[in-house]
Design a protein around this ligand. Structure first.
Ligand SMILES: Cc1cc2nc3c(=O)[nH]c(=O)nc-3n(C[C@H](O)[C@H](O)[C@H](O)COP(=O)(O)OP(=O)(O)OC[C@H]3O[C@@H](n4cnc5c(N)ncnc54)[C@H](O)[C@@H]3O)c2cc1C
Length: 420
């Protein structure tokens, strides 16, 4: 490349070598920019590596219109970027990089190898091919501006120095799983540049519950149950699906969705949960079913009569909560006692005391206020040449590949805008 050509190339610094940063750097380099990617860890994509339990659910092959139903915060802000680089485009992009993909239940897209490391490798090889300079073990300390425009970043590695460029993408992620490198630096950069940061919370996260009931059933996964959540005396959520008991509360798909939709309320006032263990049976049908089981086990003790109805680790808990003498013969359980048992099966109660921490949250809710970001470019409305992409923004979605799609789409959008 001649000196003159290099000079004509627009120069870009990308801060953060996660999903959004790698996509932004690769696309901008392909579109003709000279790109330097700065990552504080010793390797790229540490969080990407643990996504989808190590398999990386990298997008969701749904209609783009359906995509927005799964975005919890600020879906409208994402219209332009997601329509510009939608799930189908993301799938083609990775397949062109040589990554074979497969689509599973719920339209979840994974690498055919089931290895998130293959996603990282594809992006890294793509970047190297396009000549992206990758600086590892290098922390950006400060974003410098001049006359309302981005000017340089100050980095901290062996020696503190300033790196200049025409523009900068902030792709530093949120606050969840800090051990992967997302420690909220981007919020500080945004604040220093004059941006507002909305309140941040752990989201897609387990909930802590009162008492020792969950821990007594730790590891038990309930399938096909119906969960209702009551917050401030109002039922705000009722869904069927899967729930998991943990050492201090509950988790699993239903709970993660609940946590994403009602994060702030749950954090402020907790909730009452009710689990319907037999949603396919109404109270009358369930009573008939219990009577049938009792008749078949007429001479058994009550505590030994529930194994056809309930998972084994739940039986001692339900027996205790029912107040029925565990040693009592089932043929002498009274109608009143049976009613108490039935209520526990239809509405097993738990009290949520708080939401889980960032160390177990899949995403961070909140972030750089999207009102101050141009949705068609991801550029700051306050500082020219400063772009925000990925989880650092106040956008988040449900599980299913939607959060990574947000990272890819916002990154592509910024790359196109910067080089266009
Ligand atoms: C356990 C888990 C499983 C998940 N599974 C899925 C899934 O299957 N599908 C899905 O869609 N989403 C999933 N997510 C969410 C998804 O991983 C994130 O939404 C996504 O990684 C956000 O990408 P990002 O590039 O914005 O941030 P990150 O991936 O967090 O990347 C930020 C990068 O910036 C670097 N950095 C930060 N500050 C600095 C600094 N000052 N200087 C230099 N570098 C810096 C960090 O080291 C990090 O590498 C999962 C999340 C977790 C925690």
């Amino acid at each position: 490349m001649t000196g003159r050509r290099r000079k004509l190339m627009k120069e870009l610094i990308v801060v953060g070598g996660g999903a959004a940063g790698m996509m932004g750097a690769l696309c901008a380099a392909r579109m003709g920019a000279k790109v330097t990617l700065i990552e504080k860890n010793e390797k790229l994509g540490k969080k990407l590596y643990i996504t989808g339990k190590g398999r990386c659910n990298l997008t969701n092959a749904c209609d783009t219109a359906d995509f927005f139903k799964n975005v919890v915060s600020n879906p409208k802000f994402l219209y332009s970027s997601v329509y510009g680089f939608d799930p189908q485009a993301v799938m083609s992009f990775f397949e062109e990089l040589g990554l074979k993909l497969k689509t599973e239940r719920g339209n979840r897209v994974f690498p055919d190898s089931d290895k998130s490391s293959d996603v990282i490798r594809a992006l890294e090889q793509g970047m190297r091919k396009e000549g992206v300079e990758i600086l590892l073990n290098t922390t950006v300390e400060k974003i410098n501006t001049e006359n309302g425009a981005f000017s340089s970043v100050t980095v901290e590695n062996k020696d503190r120095k300033c790196l200049k460029a025409d523009a900068c993408f902030i792709a530093t992620g949120g606050l969840s799983y800090a051990s992967t490198g997302s420690t909220g630096d981007g919020y500080r950069f945004a604040k220093e540049a004059g941006h507002r940061i909305t309140d941040v919370f752990p989201s897609l996260v387990g909930l802590k519950c009162e008492g020792d009931l969950p821990s007594r059933m730790e590891g038990l996964s309930l399938k096909n149950i119906e969960l209702s959540a009551r917050i401030e005396k109002k039922v705000v959520y009722r869904e069927q699906g899967e729930l998991l008991f943990t050492h201090n509360g509950v988790s699993g798909p239903l709970i993660l969705t609940l946590s994403a939709k009602f994060t702030k309320k749950l954090a402020a006032s907790g909730a009452e949960l009710f689990i319907d263990l037999k949603p396919a049976l109404d109270r009358e049908a369930l009573d008939a079913r219990i009577l049938r089981d009792f008749n078949e086990a007429a001479n058994k003790m009550f505590c030994n009569s529930l194994d056809k109805l309930l998972p084994s680790s739940m039986i001692p808990v339900i027996v205790e909560l029912s107040g029925i003498d565990p040693q009592k013969r089932v043929n002498s359980v009274t109608k009143e006692e049976r009613k108490r048992l039935l209520e526990l099966i239809k509405a097993f109660p738990l009290t949520v005391t708080s939401i889980g921490g960032y160390n177990e949250a899949v995403v961070t809710k909140g972030g750089v206020d999207v009102k101050e970001i141009d949705p068609s470019t991801m550029e700051s409305k306050l500082v020219r040449g400063l772009y925000f992409i990925g989880e650092v923004l106040d956008v988040d979605a449900l599980t299913g590949g939607f959060n990574l799609q947000i990272a890819w789409s916002t990154a592509y959008c910024a790359a196109l805008a910067f080089t266009g």
